[in-house]
Design a protein around this ligand. Structure first.
Ligand SMILES: Nc1nc2c(c(=O)[nH]1)N[C@H]1C(S)=C(S)[C@@H](COP(=O)(O)OP(=O)(O)OC[C@H]3O[C@@H](n4cnc5c(=O)[nH]c(N)nc54)[C@H](O)[C@@H]3O)O[C@H]1N2
Ligand SMILES: Nc1nc2c(c(=O)[nH]1)N[C@H]1C(S)=C(S)[C@@H](COP(=O)(O)OP(=O)(O)OC[C@H]3O[C@@H](n4cnc5c(=O)[nH]c(N)nc54)[C@H](O)[C@@H]3O)O[C@H]1N2
Ligand code: SF4
Ligand SMILES: [Mo]
Length: 860
């Protein structure tokens, strides 16, 4: 580990320090930061007119950047100070809010002073005779191109190439990457970083005509009730919680989660309620809440009459999904009448007391208020499961309470990364798969859904897999089985020298024998890199390496991220790598000279005019001012909420989508359907999801449920850790707190198995569900995190029968046990629904050094 020479003091930037602005490299919230860079040896002084921060030191609370926000980097032999300062004036985190992740960004810059410096990929590599060997860029790109040509039969069968690309790493990079896949190669095999196909994350909302992102952060401050289901802004969208909910707002929170987390206790301590739902039973719970609302007459009939589609024929004409899943209000009320959704019965199946269901219904519908001000937030606890039902049920609740499009209302994802997906258009031969079926379980041939690229890797259809900025061997479902498949498919002949014809020979022989070549375009090596033949080092543009880029946050605030450093000399920005690849394959329109030129192309030719993410206002304002769109965005330091439009030569934003009449309509209509009315969604535990075996959701639930000694093993985030820990794995403070993956376990479950806090345990699932036929097996290890009963002053974090683990820890990979269940209506994986037997292996080395205190104690 390198010594950080500057952990205890922070120099003051001089007035001429280079200043750039950007948002945090991490989560969806998109907190603003100012970055100052200046040569080592120079320093500002404590008086406000002699330092770049314009602060008179000693100054007040919050005016001292922390040592964690400072680092020294080295470029061309010169050392520079870099200082990250939370941007006081940026609307998202006004006043300087930030989280532990954002506040430590400077500790992961590319510099010998940081702990992860030696791990960065700095040079292209090719696997030769078993080892990844450094090569030059020309050889690497040529090897990539030949692998693509072999896999696609010289271009005649584009399906042989598959791409798995981040959705979020800026519009310039995703535009270039998807252009390469869809346009130049013409392959439909595109998967995002987090899922195998180009499907909506919230199908039940999208098919209802709702945006996944329609609110403004201030709505969290203004809401009277907030429903937070399978989501947790305290841990995962921190500044939404700390600033917008806790500091500025005071909503009653209905928190729906199988675990008693901090936010569950916070909700209960502040007028809200925790519905401690049994794993995977949310559709029944949410329907029971809706039923009680309707039974009590608390639904908003006026809103429903005006804004919810009630004509069956019109619904059917909207398309296949709506025909299958759309409901008229009458059909919906009939469905809710099913005795399954009676609160007393639902209490049995979901574990939530009937009285709590009724209390939640009242908090949500606010029967005594003139208008219902409820904001609904959901994320991966609902999305990665019964994706259609879970997200559709939340949409239904928002619709029947008419709580949409006004301040303090709305329905939104909590969000993951900031968003940056832009594509010139999905082309290629998109082929229907068996998973598209009618509600009765019949396959429909004429409805196409995007292919599941992970399946196509497993079954041999993809022969060159190009993975960019994600780690599928760890992050996908049933990953133990996936890694076995990757090992087998990449295990064939390998080149013996770096001669390009020798490389081609080996790749050809391997692919002709059913094998596969894997290219990994990355910052750091990870689990997937272990199987890679070609490794391409990228610049970390999210942390300021390279040029200027654009993307947006959870309230659709679109802004510029200004680059301020180079990064490894041998690495390239992703767009440039795509550009070299595209040109090698014959594209004549990818020779951009930088991300700014790509941004101009996006604005001028693909601005998405009129759509809910429209950049048209930026394009028009730039033209009106006779500057390029990137030059124009330099002047929009607060960012602008999409969709954008131009007025008086300036870009204007749209605070919230689905606003009622009288406010600006953002697309053709208030809701995204042909009539502008939204559509209620069928949320039915009896939907047939496996036509071959006639299985309903309820049947699959039974098969996924623990048996015998097994318990549920669900998973997700922890506040300190970011994703596969590419930046966090080596940080000293993380090593001290989470040196190993943890498994939260109830003391009763622990004791039955002879397990104590700090023991190393193994989770084994000998029956990893597989909707494709044959079940597989998987296992992983973790350190048992058992909270002593005396310490559990606000309750045990997990109930009996449920364990919880971090989903993306290196070498201790939770997805190894997670089912290959993919929602047939929209193939989103059921990542959350794992189970397994738990056995003690022995003591772990962290048993005596790690704290096992509860992390769920909230202020009273
Ligand atoms: N600290 C931190 N923050 C992050 C990230 C990170 O890595 N670290 N990643 C970002 C990304 S990419 C994403 S997508 C978001 C994810 O944000 P979230 O979805 O909020 O995060 P998770 O912890 O995965 O899941 C949320 C909750 O789902 C619960 N859950 C599990 N099963 C069920 C179920 O059956 N029903 C219900 N109701 N809940 C269930 C879990 O107990 C967990 O508390 O976070 C973003 N923010
Ligand atoms: N069990 C379970 N599984 C899940 C989930 C869950 O909740 N439970 N959640 C899913 C979700 S929401 C997510 S987001 C995924 C996360 O899974 P991944 O997307 O695989 O995880 P990340 O760590 O975000 O991967 C990002 C990788 O990109 C690299 N990288 C960062 N920036 C750049 C760049 O600019 N260029 C390039 N080329 N590389 C870059 C990093 O080094 C890192 O290795 O996991 C999914 N899988
Ligand atoms: S809340 Fe999210 S965007 Fe804000 S500082 Fe933390 S990680 Fe960064
Ligand atoms: Mo995510």
């Amino acid at each position: 580990m390198a010594d950080n020479p500057n952990t205890n003091e922070v120099p003051v930037p001089p007035t001429d320090a280079e200043r750039s602005v950007r948002s945090c490299r991490y989560c969806i919230v998109g907190c603003g930061y100012e970055v100052y860079k200046w040569p080592v040896g120079e320093e500002g002084s404590p008086s406000a007119d002699e330092n770049a921060l314009e602060i008179d030191y000693p100054g007040g609370y919050g005016e001292w950047p922390s040592p964690n926000m400072h680092q020294i980097i080295k470029e061309d032999g010169q050392e520079y100070h870099v200082l990250f300062v939370p941007d006081d004036d940026y609307p998202v985190n006004e006043g300087g809010s930030h989280s532990i992740r954002g506040g430590t960004q400077a500790q992961s810059l590319y510099t010998p002073n940081n702990e992860d410096y030696d791990d960065r990929l700095e040079q292209p590599k090719i696997r030769i005779g078993g080892d990844l060997v450094p090569v030059d860029w020309e050889t690497a790109i040529e090897a990539w191109a030949r692998a693509t040509e072999i896999a696609t039969d010289g271009g005649s069968d584009p399906n042989g190439y598959g791409q798995k690309l981040f959705f979020y790493q800026f519009v310039e990079n995703t535009f270039a990457g998807t252009k390469l896949c869809f346009d130049v190669i013409g392959s439909p095999n595109w998967g995002g970083h987090n899922r195998p196909a180009l499907t909506p994350e919230c199908p039940g909302m999208v098919n209802a005509g709702l945006s996944e992102w329609s609110y403004a952060y201030e709505d969290a401050a203004e809401a009277d009730t907030m429903v937070i289901a399978g989501a947790d802004p305290k841990e995962n969208q921190d500044v939404i919680f700390s600033k917008w909910i806790d500091e500025q707002g005071d909503p009653d929170i209905v928190f729906i989660d199988p675990r008693r987390k901090f936010t569950a206790n916070y909700a209960e301590n502040n007028g809200g309620i925790h519905l401690q739902v049994d794993e995977a039973t949310d559709p029944i719970l949410l329907n029971a809440i809706a039923r009680h609302i309707v039974d009590q007459g608390w639904h908003d009939e006026e809103f429903i009459d005006e804004w919810v589609m009630s004509d069956r024929e019109t619904i059917d004409e909207e398309g296949w999904y709506q025909e299958e899943f759309g409901m008229t209000p009458e059909e919906y009320y009939d469905l809710l009448d099913d005795s399954r959704y009676d609160p007393e019965n639902a209490a049995e199946t979901t574990g939530v007391p009937a009285d709590d269901i009724r209390t939640a219904a009242e908090l949500i519908a606010q029967p005594d208020a003139d208008e219902t001000n409820t904001l609904f937030m959901l994320e991966k606890g609902l999305i990665w499961g019964w994706s259609h039902e879970n997200t559709g049920a939340m949409a239904n609740l928002a619709l029947i309470t008419g709580s949409l499009g006004r301040p303090g209302t709305g329905i939104t994802r909590g969000g993951g990364h900031q968003e940056g997906f832009w594509t010139p258009g999905v082309e290629g031969d998109v082929i229907a798969e068996r998973s598209t079926q009618t509600f009765d379980g019949e396959n429909v041939d004429d409805v196409t859904i995007p292919p599941n690229t992970v399946e196509r890797v497993r079954n041999g259809e993809i022969s060159h897999w190009h993975v960019i900025g994600n780690d599928p061997a760890r992050q996908s479902y049933a990953t133990q089985d996936l890694r076995n498949a990757l090992r087998e498919r990449t295990g064939g002949p390998q080149p013996q020298t770096a001669d390009i014809d020798e490389i081609e020979r080996a790749f050809r022989e391997r692919i002709e024998n059913g094998g596969m070549v894997l290219t990994h375009q990355e910052l750091y090596p990870n689990t997937t890199t272990q199987f890679a033949d070609i490794v391409l080092p990228a610049r970390a543009v999210e942390s300021g390496e390279g040029g200027d880029y654009h993307r947006w946050n959870g309230e659709r605030r679109f802004r510029q991220y200004q680059g301020f450093m180079d990064g490894p000399a041998g690495a390239k920005e992703d767009w440039e790598i795509f550009s070299l690849m595209g040109q090698r394959l014959g594209a004549d329109d990818m020779d951009w000279d930088g991300p700014r030129e790509i941004f101009t192309e996006i604005c001028e030719e693909h601005a998405g005019a009129g759509g809910e993410h429209s950049l048209q206002g930026i394009a028009d304002a730039a033209a009106a001012n006779d500057v390029t769109p990137a030059e124009y965005m330099e002047t929009v330091e607060d960012g602008v909420q999409m969709p954008t439009y131009e007025e008086g030569g300036e870009v204007q934003g749209t605070p919230r989508v689905h606003a009622p009449d009288g406010e600006r309509e953002v697309t053709d209509h208030r809701f995204h359907t042909s009539t502008g009315e939204a559509i209620l969604q069928r949320v039915d535990w009896d939907r047939v999801v496996d036509p071959d075996e006639g299985l309903t959701i309820g049947d699959v639930y039974d098969r996924l449920s623990p048996e015998g000694d097994e318990i549920w093993v669900t998973n997700g985030r922890l506040q300190h850790l970011w994703q596969n820990m590419y930046t966090h794995q080596r940080l000293e403070y993380i090593q001290k707190r989470f040196k190993r993956n943890v498994l939260q376990l109830h003391p009763v479950d622990a004791e039955e198995r002879g397990i104590e806090a700090g023991d190393l345990v193994e989770v084994v699932n000998g029956d990893v569900f597989d909707l494709r036929g044959e079940n597989t097996e998987g296992s992983f290890t973790a350190v048992a995190y058992v909270v002593d009963e005396d310490d559990a002053i606000q309750g045990q974090p997990v109930p009996e029968g449920v364990a919880y683990t971090y989903w993306l820890y290196p070498e201790q990979v939770n997805n190894d046990i997670n089912p290959a269940y993919l929602d047939p209506a929209n193939p989103n994986p059921g990542y959350k629904y794992g189970k397994g037997e738990i056995r003690r292996l022995g003591e772990s080395e962290v048993k005596d050094e790690m704290s096992f205190k509860p992390m769920n104690v909230a202020p009273e």
